[in-house]
Design a protein around this ligand. Sequence first.
Ligand code: ATP
Ligand code: MG
Length: 427
Amino acid sequence: MQLSKLRGFRDLLGLDARLLGVIEARARQVARRHNVSEIRVPALERLNLYARSTGETSDIVEKQLYVVQRSSESLGGDDPVLRPEGTPGVVRAYIEAGLDRIDPEQRYFYCGPMFRYERPQKGRYREFYQFGVEFFGRADAAADAELIVMIDELRRELKLELNFEINSLGDARCRPALRGALLEWGRAHLPQLCQDCHQRLERNPLRLLDCKIDVKLTESAPKTVDYLCDECRAHFQTVCELLADAGVRYNINPRLVRGLDYYSRTAFEVVSAGVGAQSAIAAGGRYDGLVETLGGAAVAGTGFAIGVDRLALALDAARFEVRPDAALISLGDAALRAAMRLAGEMRIAGLCVESLSPERGLKAQLRRADKLKARFALIIGDDEIARDVVQLRDLKRSVQQEVSRAEVVNRIVADTATALGSPTEGP
Ligand code: ATP
Ligand code: MG
């Protein structure tokens, strides 16, 4: 009997889990500052939801869905699937709550695991985490710009270099002309197109631009921005201006299209400046037709999703390692109680403290304190209690001194003050 985890799934222990937690906490703070509220939606949805929104011919729906089958029931559009992305579920919930009619302007963030059946590799897993934001009822370019600014704020807080690529895909009015031009171009270059592009050509010629195999060839393809109608062009220009005003450095990439069907106008991707194989960190764009497509009113929408795992890979993990400010060593029953009281006071002062097992002797407890990489060891025995003092051992400098019980908390707070403002002080 195999009990090990499934391929492409991960156990995240210690620092690996912490990195995701830190990113999520920072992202929540950014969302809060932008007055974006949380939405939690199910991890299981009907297959039809993604077929209709993400797109029946998208890789995500065609090849990557995890279908959850109960016993021997047959497969159908109503079958539950594990969510491969967040947007369709959020849109469904928004419509189901009736907001599209009663109170259409909403802004939500979501956070949680997504599931895609794809070939696992570094930065590509079958269960991964996304943090996403969706704005409803905002057709204006400022909404698109604000979303990108949010990612830039998170980037800055995490001290990362990321590149922003943006494009406009046009709307229902101007997209047909682009589609036609791409179709024509694709047919003219048929012999040179890769296997996937042969399929894309008839089903969704926009995706020809997304070919990763022959990037050189796609450079000669029609450019999205040359086909925009006046309104789409003005919208795109405003997005660009607002980003420049906000100090976001971006590139216009006229070949950027998204693998999902629902985008219109603004589309963007955020890629890590480092060279890693999976460099796409976040992606998003405008999806003005989606609420209607899923049975709601004609309400505009725009959003993004960040790949939290990939963002974590880009971080300098060592910066986020947790080191306790103090390890408390007690020798004897009375000392244990005194140590517990002291630990409580220290935690109220915001310090990170681990009380060590009183069943071990002094040497073993000191070894443990070293292993924890604690900044200080505080040693309390009967003699210290009697004299109202504590032995304060600086484990970094290997020096020990006696400090009065009344002063010890302030002393450690002062000595770790620089650490408190550092990024190791995560959530
Ligand atoms: P990719 O081109 O790398 O497959 P994608 O276009 O499929 O990415 P989106 O659907 O736009 O990705 O999802 C947004 C983000 O989620 C991506 O930019 C990436 O950071 C992350 N992501 C997508 N798929 C995975 C995965 N299998 N494992 C880890 N992160 C992922
Ligand atoms: Mg993908």
